[in-house]
Design a binder for this molecule. Structure first.
Ligand code: M6R
Length: 604
């Protein structure tokens, strides 16, 4: 999604902004731009190319100590220079960067047009600098406040005034914005990564609050413009975590971090046979749970499906998994004894956040499984369990997914222990066996060449199938999404038994199909299903943990190390992440920044 960086201070704003934009690149963008003020002159540069293409232009500009920058992920109006941010008002005085969506912009645009304002872009954002100009009466903060009074939708806004080139003003509503506090320099940004090079002291802006930054000072205001104190946090994220550290792509680095991610999760929450979660939900309340709702989007939703299987198996509590954009509008049936679970890597996904608000309003117990500490979801949730993946930069989620699965597995065991719903000895055996998972993942990673070779073999295809039963089906869903989002190859994931009810019609000579088969109980059924697609020409690779798998029914077979059944997705997902990665490299595509996608989807 769009990224914002703003700077006022002792250094040259042009280079700080470019640097910040590079750190926000991972969020996904299709145009970018910066605006700085030098000798009271406004300098605006925009491009539909990569951020680096702005660099030669900035070198020709006069030095500046204030500016705002933006990476845009097109929503209203295509990716073009005229739609790229920053946007200026008709008098070229007030300059704005915006993340979010102004839902009533057409109405506002009409009203402004009646007063003679002209519009040069198709964006919802362009009304904002013009509203600020209209509302300006000698005080930029007040003009911004009056402007936000009429805005409907979500926004994080950074504003500068060409006639007051030492002040940067910002505000936000339902879109993330942080303030970085440095020495003789201060920042605003969409996330910490953009400022960490300069300062580890940050403050998170609350919804509807305002902030005024100068080189020496930062002042926070509430929605009524009363001064307020805002807590300052010191971020301990190592800048190295957001670098590639020698890997060609972030995605490959992050896939290779799956081992340490699982280890960190186990080290953080597991003490022998005891799972340590710090939750404000009493054992008695857990015992009363009648229904669990899991709400998430994309890959996080796949982690939810996996959790449904494991929770239902160990606790017999019915679980429904809902895509957040559906749950929020379906008037969900919620009961006071229900538990809602939200899963999000970024903690900023607009639809998931809206569902969290809805569940909170209904007074339903909830737990959020979040990767980014201090994200909006972290701050809004009454109970949070942190996944231990560390910063994930590639748009395609890999290690965060593995961390979600691991933590949700632990949660299922935790719940089963409290509710005494499953044999205690078997639960303890599961926990004991969990320490083998990092080694099993490492073994898969060390056999990367196999997946590279397979990827080279199938990268020509335009269609592909991922098939499995039970937990293997959820792995298939995630493998398929991974391939689609970065390689642009269409693929379909199906429960193996469902294929013959329609989609098998798409199988023809040479169609690649990956069969995930880790469930011994289902092996005969799976083998029959494989024969059905082989008979129709499919090129089948089996990924299995079953030692006596009948090799002659497939074209290629990969044996994975065996782990306890409920943990098998932690191992069997890794080959699919590697295959998606290598196919994309083979096709010469941009692995870390796939087209049309954003890392965190902060708009509906
Ligand atoms: O940050 P979140 O986990 O809430 O994001 C949810 C989805 O947008 C995300 O998982 C998306 O599907 C990824 N691109 C998948 O790789």
């Amino acid at each position: 999604m769009c990224g914002i960086i703003g700077y006022v201070g002792k250094n040259d704003a042009n280079s700080v902004l470019i640097d910040g934009l590079r750190k926000l690149e991972y969020r996904g963008y299709d145009s970018c731009g910066i605006a700085t003020i030098s000798n009271n002159q406004l300098q605006v540069m925009k491009t539909v190319n990569r951020i680096d293409s702005l660099v030669p232009c900035t070198q020709k500009l006069g030095t500046s100590n204030i500016g705002i920058g933006h990476t845009r992920w097109a929503t209203h109006g295509g990716a073009s220079e005229k739609n790229a941010h920053p946007h200026v008002d008709n008098s070229d005085r007030f300059v704005v960067v915006h993340n979010g969506i102004i839902e009533n912009y057409l109405e506002l645009r009409k009203e402004l047009a009646l007063q003679g304002y002209k519009f040069y872009s198709e964006t919802d954002t362009e009304v904002i600098p013009n509203l600020i100009a209209m509302n300006y009466d000698g005080n930029l903060l007040e003009a911004l406040k009056k402007t936000t009074n009429v805005l409907e939708g979500s926004y994080a806004l950074g504003v500068i005034d060409t006639k007051e080139p030492e002040v940067l003003v910002a505000t936000k509503k339902n879109s993330p914005l942080i303030v970085g506090l440095g020495e003789n320099e201060n920042f605003i940004a969409s996330d910490f990564s953009a400022v960490l090079k300069y300062t580890d002291a940050v403050s998170i802006l609350d919804n509807n609050d305002f902030v005024v930054l100068t080189k020496e000072d930062v002042k926070f205001y509430d929605r009524n413009l009363n001064l307020k104190q805002n807590a300052v946090k010191y971020i301990d994220t190592n800048d190295g975590d957001i670098e590639k550290n020698g890997y060609e792509h972030f995605m490959l680095k992050e896939i290779n971090e799956n081992t340490i991610t699982v280890k960190k999760t186990l080290d953080s929450y597991l003490d022998g046979e005891e799972i340590k979660f710090n939750l404000n939900i009493k054992p008695k309340e857990f015992k009363n749970i009648k229904h669990i709702h899991i709400v998430a989007c994309g890959t996080a939703m796949h982690a939810g499906l996996n959790a449904k299987y494991v929770i239902e198996k160990l606790t017999r509590i019915p679980v429904n998994v809902e895509v957040a954009s559906e749950f929020r509008y379906k008037n969900p049936i919620l009961d006071k004894d229900d538990l809602a679970i939200f899963i999000s890597q970024s903690g900023e996904t607009a639809d998931t956040l809206a569902c969290l608000e809805l569940v909170k309003q209904e007074g339903i117990k909830h737990i959020s499984f979040v990767n980014v500490k201090d994200s909006t979801m972290d701050n809004l949730s009454e109970n949070v369990l942190y996944t231990k993946a560390g910063p994930e930069i590639a748009v395609a989620s890999t290690k965060a997914y593995i961390a979600q699965i691991m933590l949700l597995d632990l949660f299922a065991i935790y719940l089963a222990k409290i509710n005494k719903s499953y044999d205690e000895e078997k639960l303890n055996d599961m926990l004991k066996s969990a320490i083998e998972i990092p080694n099993a993942i490492q073994e898969v990673l060390e056999n990367d060449e196999i997946y590279q070779n397979y990827a080279e073999r199938i990268s020509y295809t335009s269609d592909m199938f991922y098939l499995g039963r039970g937990l293997d089906y959820y792995v298939a869903l995630e493998g398929s999404l991974k391939l689609k989002e970065i390689s642009y190859i269409h693929s379909e994931a199906m429960p193996f038994g469902e294929l013959k009810h329609g989609s098998i019609a798409l199988i023809e000579e040479g169609t690649p199909a990956i069969a995930i088969a880790t469930d011994k109980k289902m092996i005969d059924k799976t083998v029959s299903n494989i024969k059905e697609i082989k008979a129709r020409g499919a090129d089948v690779m089996a990924i299995t943990t079953i030692k006596d798998f009948p090799e002659d029914v497939v074209d290629e077979i990969i044996y994975l190390p065996e782990v306890n059944e409920i943990f098998s997705p932690l191992v069997s997902t890794i080959p699919l992440q590697l295959i998606a990665y290598h196919v994309t490299v083979e096709k010469g595509l941009d692995v870390d920044k796939p087209r049309n996608l954003a890392k965190s989807v902060t708009v509906e």
